[in-house]
Design a protein around this ligand. Sequence first.
Ligand code: DX5
Ligand code: ZN
Length: 216
Amino acid sequence: MQTLISPSLLAADFMNLKADIDMVNNSDADWFHLDIMDGVFVPNISYGPPVVEQINKIAKKPLDVHLMIIDPDRYIEVFKKVGADILTVHYEACTHLHRTIQNIHSHGMKAGVSLNPHTPVSVLEDIISDIDLVLLMSVNPGFGGQSFIENTYTKVEKLKALITDKNANVIIEIDGGVNLETGKKLIEAGADALVAGSFVFNAENPTNTIADLKKL
Ligand code: DX5
Ligand code: ZN
């Protein structure tokens, strides 16, 4: 399978967001990665459902929504309404993760679970067969442009082994510090999907940069 590329709009130019969305629409990218931060679960506030709703009006690819918020159950229906296709919640933010996953599925979305850098993949053992995607954080969530945490490669390998062992059908997506160098090693370790924010939007030619990531 070819690697899925999900550019993170967090690094886009919000004064010219339409141009950046069109660029992604016309690129080799597969999804739009949308980072929702509440200033509580992570030390930053990004944007919320009204902005996602506007993005969805012109986005021609699935919306891969990453919720970095506490108590995400309160917002599952809202994000469905504004166009989310994949809804990813944090393991660390969910007391009743199984119920949250059921709730996401009942709204017709794919369900993802994200792990912070300190959370071992073994915590997913009893939920892996119920989810569609695991989003491994390769930086501490909250900001774009941080440097990649090297331990992530081992986590990808462990996650891949868990998925194989359980005979599950789960996409391994990586988020934070992804570039051509880290991306290549992540794919070798078993990653299926790469999120890239600053590497894409700060590039001289973002379209070519997405194509380069896609070719890895
Ligand atoms: C970080 C976000 C990421 C971020 C990645 O909290 O979840 O999606 O946009 O940005 P880069 O690719 O610049 O590390
Ligand atoms: Zn993200």
